[in-house]
Write a protein that binds this ligand. Structure first.
Ligand SMILES: *Cc1c(COP(=O)(O)O)cnc(C)c1O
Length: 407
């Protein structure tokens, strides 16, 4: 691929766009991930079917043990999905009606829904403009006598500033529940995300860095009591069958998903490396274009669940790329406090300046471990050509303005 620099970019203004890539460049490519492991996954599914052990089986407890070890924590409890993991962890920490829970305003809706479902109120704070993660400097002003917990989200795969958040939480006697649903394997100062809070929630939704072939989730914790309580609440509030100590629910990781996750867990570190490789290529090749690239904070290991840039004319660029069969995304187009569901259901703390101004600029580029160099370069080339086109439009309109000025 030809890379254009400085002045020679002008020579390309009127050139014919290249043929679009023959196959789609997808935001997430589950097909290739599955093909890599298809034989192993097929035989794991067959063996669960043959065992007839579908619920809370050996596969589930083995996965729980392996994932706890991977995260460097004592306990892992499988759940039906990431949202349930957040809800169950909060209930196990006794967060409920009358409590306030601080969350970042720019996150997936599930972070807020989990708070609401416990009967507590979500308090939204703005994020750091460089990392997109909850800004610890915004916390003091958001804390009231009702605040019980903070949910930092390791957004897009980058760990939140856990030292600062922990210091403030301790000072005000608050609990921390990590939303690690986008951060499987991400590290902060040498420790895995999920090991910093009183508990943490993971999602194994298919598109996550560690994804099942269906829904799944987990709570991880070092606290024996929290682990026991989550396990009970997720299983009808019962430890002994037909004896119900609390009002629980049914939310368990199923055996087929656990068997698949055990296989994929062995590839997670390699896949995260491949995501970092793709992120490095994007970062290098987009450096001279007028887009804002994501940064990796010092002492963090980013796992690039998403590769989110910011740009002007976002929707036009998204369409321009789509015409070349390159599919981006937006995470997230409408902030939580602008959602009809949350019109009267959350507290907004302080101005959400960055959340409000960035949501029209965020663009997630294709990001998954099976991207090829040609695909990453096709994306870069698309963004470059888009800017060349913008540039030529600006020149044309300047020329027509000066022409009409002459007449
Ligand atoms: C995916 C996700 C969730 C919810 O997980 P599900 O398994 O889809 O319920 C929660 N929080 C964040 C930040 C997520 O990205």
């Amino acid at each position: 691929m030809n890379r254009m620099h400085g002045t020679d970019r002008m020579d390309r203004v009127s050139r014919i766009p290249p043929n679009p890539p023959t196959s789609k460049v997808q935001l997430v490519d589950l097909q290739r991930q599955h093909e890599e492991l298809a034989t192993e996954i097929d035989s794991a599914i067959r063996s669960v079917l043959a065992s007839n052990a579908f619920i809370l089986s050996r596969e589930v407890s083995d996965f729980e043990e392996e994932f706890a070890e991977y995260c460097g924590v004592k306990h892992c409890i499988g759940t039906g999905c990431g949202l349930d993991a957040l809800v169950l962890a909060m209930r196990a920490l006794d967060v409920g009606p009358g409590d306030e829970v601080i969350i970042p305003a720019n996150t997936f809706i599930a972070t807020a829904l989990a708070v609401t479902e416990t009967g507590a109120t979500a308090v939204l704070v703005d994020h750091d403009p460089d990392t997109y993660n909850l800004d610890p400097r915004r916390l003091p002003a958001a804390i009231t006598c009702r605040t019980r917990a903070i949910i930092p989200v390791h957004l897009y795969g980058q760990p939140a500033d856990m030292d600062q958040i922990r210091a403030i939480a301790d000072e005000h006697d608050l609990l921390i529940l990590e939303d690690a649903c986008q951060a499987h394997g991400a590290m902060y100062k040498g420790r895995c995300c999920g090991s910093f809070g009183e508990a943490a929630a993971f999602s194994f939704y298919p598109g996550k860095n560690l994804g099942a072939c269906g829904d799944g989730g987990a709570v991880v914790t070092n606290d024996d009591e929290v682990a026991h309580r989550v396990r009970k609440l997720a299983n009808y509030g019962s430890v002994v069958k037909y004896h119900h100590e609390e009002l629980g629910r049914n939310s368990r990781l199923d055996s087929i998903q656990a068997a698949i996750l055990r296989i994929k867990l062995r590839h997670l570190d390699t896949w995260n490396d491949l995501r970092r490789w793709a992120a490095d290529v994007y970062t290098e090749q987009l450096a001279d274009l007028p887009v804002v690239l994501p940064i990796t904070t010092e002492s963090c290991e980013h796992v690039h669940h998403l590769f989110v840039i910011r740009c002007a004319h976002r929707d036009r660029l998204l369409n321009f790329l789509a015409q070349r069969n390159i599919h981006g995304g937006i995470h997230y187009p409408i902030p939580i406090h602008r959602q009809p569901a949350y019109r009267d259901a959350c507290i907004v703390s302080g101005p959400l300046t960055w959340t409000e101004s960035f949501c029209g600029e965020l663009l997630s580029l294709p990001m998954h471990p099976h991207l090829t160099l040609a695909e990453v370069e096709a994306v870069v080339c698309g963004i470059r050509d888009f800017h060349d086109q913008l540039c030529s439009e600006q020149i044309e309109s300047a020329v027509s303005v000066s022409r009409s000025g002459v007449g």
